[in-house]
Write a protein that binds this ligand. Structure first.
Ligand code: NAD
Length: 247
């Protein structure tokens, strides 16, 4: 566990913070002194996380208004909530429309506090992967939106960055592994091994390994970084898949 005081006195919002990467991010900020509020749709999941929470479907305008009433000002917004769907409107709603609406909702306090926004995108927003056209296109839009918001908000002292994970062991990725489990006839562990066998680091990441990068982007050491997209993928994007035939 990493502890410290980099975020003492800071108020952090993490969407989708009841599970997976979002929970690890929330815990990391708490461990480093922040006051953290998590949001999600399922109250029992949020309660089990043991952190202050607001039940909020981020795609629902009324829910967002309730969130703003409960949490009027923040220093850091982490747009982490995500889904894996083959429906464009669903993906765009969660990965593009809602993060933009949340930035608008908290824009004034982010400006007043010299805050920062971190959007959790995906390597799927940078390179094409099978059977994920709607998901990937929405994550690509989130990466571009990160750059646009960095341009708009930078002059007012707000930094906006993205983090693009490769495979991370979470409930969402566990679900996606079922395709490999069925096709190859392996268990969950075996499916992750198949999915990561061509990565330079030969394994999926833990949610904590993503959380550490998010915390870095939010902290003072990253004070000159904005509009960036940090890829945290065990090296998957540097591999020329055609050349693997020579391994
Ligand atoms: P997860 O399913 O554990 O977490 C996603 C969370 O978002 C859940 O708690 C879910 O309830 C919440 N959520 C979804 N729709 C919501 C909505 N409308 N309102 C509020 N909350 C909502 O999955 P995860 O792997 O931790 O995913 C976190 C983020 O990381 C997502 O944006 C995902 O696309 C991204 N990501 C994950 C991986 C991976 O391998 N796990 C890889 C690349 C990117």
């Amino acid at each position: 566990m990493t502890t410290g005081d980099r975020f003492t006195g800071k108020q952090v919002l993490v969407t989708g913070g009841g599970s997976g990467i979002g929970l690890a991010i929330a815990q990391r900020f708490v461990d480093e002194g922040a006051s953290v509020t998590i949001t999600g749709r399922r109250e029992e999941t949020l309660r089990a996380a043991g952190l202050p929470y607001v039940v909020c479907d981020i795609t629902n305008e009324q829910d967002r208004a309730s969130l703003a009433a409960a949490l009027p000002a923040v220093d850091v917004v982490v747009n982490n909530a995500g889904i894996f769907s083959d429906n464009w409107l669903e993906n765009a709603g969660v990965h593009v429309d809602a993060p933009l609406a949340l930035v608008r909702l908290y824009e004034d306090s982010l400006v007043q506090r010299g805050g920062s926004v971190i959007n959790i995108a995906s390597v799927g927003g940078l390179v094409a992967v099978p059977n994920a056209a709607a998901y990937s296109a929405s994550k690509a839009a989130l990466i571009m939106m990160t750059r646009s918001l960095a341009v708009d908000l930078g002059p007012r002292g707000v930094r906006v960055n993205a983090v693009s994970p490769g495979w991370v062991r979470t409930p969402m990725a566990d679900d996606e592994m079922s395709v490999i489990m069925e096709r190859v006839g392996v268990d969950l562990e075996g499916a992750y091994a198949v999915a990561t066998k061509n990565l330079p680091l030969r394994r999926p990441s833990s949610p904590d390994e993503i959380a550490g990068v998010v915390a870095f982007l939010a902290c003072a050491d990253a004070s000159f970084i904005t509009g960036s997209n940090i890829v945290v993928d065990g090296g998957s994007l540097v591999v020329d898949v055609g050349m693997l035939a020579f391994e």
